[in-house]
Design a protein around this ligand. Sequence first.
Ligand SMILES: *Cc1c(COP(=O)(O)O)cnc(C)c1O
Length: 438
Amino acid sequence: MSDDDGKARPPGFGFETRAIHAGARPDPTTGARNTPIFQTTSYVFDDVDHAADLFNLQTFGFIYSRLTNPTVSVLEERIANLEDGRAAVCAASGHAAQFLTFFTLLGPGDEFVASRNLYGGSITQFGLSFKKLGWTCHFVDPTDPENFRRALTPKCKAIFLEILANPGGIVVDVEPVAAIAREAGIPLIVDNTMATPYLCRPFEWGADIVVHSTTKFLSGHGTSVGGAVVESGRFDWAQNDKFPCMTQPEPAYHGLTFYETFGDFGFTTKARAVALRDFGPTLSPANAFYTITGIETLHLRMERHVQNAQAVAEFLEGHPAVAGVSYAGLPSSPYHDLARKYLPRGPGSVFTCRLKGGFEAGVRLVESVELFSHLANIGDTRSLILHPASTTHRQLSPEQQVAAGAGPDVVRLSIGLETADDLLRDLDRGLAATTTGK
Ligand SMILES: *Cc1c(COP(=O)(O)O)cnc(C)c1O
């Protein structure tokens, strides 16, 4: 057992064992050792009473694969286990997981507070698309935890943040933010995509709900888009009158009261039984299979991702063509101490650097490297590179780009699992092209 991060933990299997076994067992009918891809839409009922029990949520079983599927269930159980959570529900993407979470929590007119340092797509989802549903997000600078408290209104139903923020290498001081959420009687939701449960388990720091884009490091091989919502099981939905969604009879499910009926797994049950049922962003069994397979090596991959990222970050920091590197693994980072507290095994493998040659140098670098792939993803076995100002952030003004940590001179790297020396050589060659003009 090598959960050696110094935190007290109940006796049980180690992280590596759970990454391989949690939620899965040999198939009882065929003996198949690996989790099969249950490529089926529906499941035969034993009889009419069994069907009625299933539809009433009085027994656990499979009805229709929009709601539950045996392959997806294994993945849900595995992710919940690795996060030390109570239960999980998977979704078709990370964004779908965020939608299921907020649809379950909020009604029209409700509000929440979010860190402004989020994955770009989350800023758009929260700030623009959620607005159309009558949900208002207040964005705050997360580097001062008190900013979350200042932005709270009586209508706020949640606080949302990325503990390790994409892409700027920011580590948020989660513990005081969790205390602010607790005082306000609302859940803290943490997007743990960039860290994965191998590097950080937000529930240990006071989070109540964890969301994932499993597309990234969990599936890990750039094969499968997916998402997950995990609940700790510790949030008391009845402590105030803010959550009728959990404590009042639900008209969209024949008057069932989810907290009373399902207790510590009421939130994910409701996210599945109402939000997933009615909107349908379901994870496919094939993508669940690829993600399960990816998670079985999560511990090995994350260790090497972090090791390679540290080597590349140190190399870039010493390179004459580079103006600065934002990686919390470097002592020069203002987030170095927070990273050592919250991410003792290393602060992930996605970070940015600034080039002395500005916009032109960014363009030349992404076009000159050969081993790095120029694309908009992170968390692949392959090393990836992106120049945000000419791609994902090109519609923003230079001022907006700088505020988003994506100024004209910024390049984002997601360090993969190749031989570290090969990555350094590739970057060195690419950086030479930025100074010689090719
Ligand atoms: C990619 C990503 C998302 C969105 O996930 P999708 O699977 O692309 O929908 C959300 N949060 C973070 C931190 C991400 O990196």
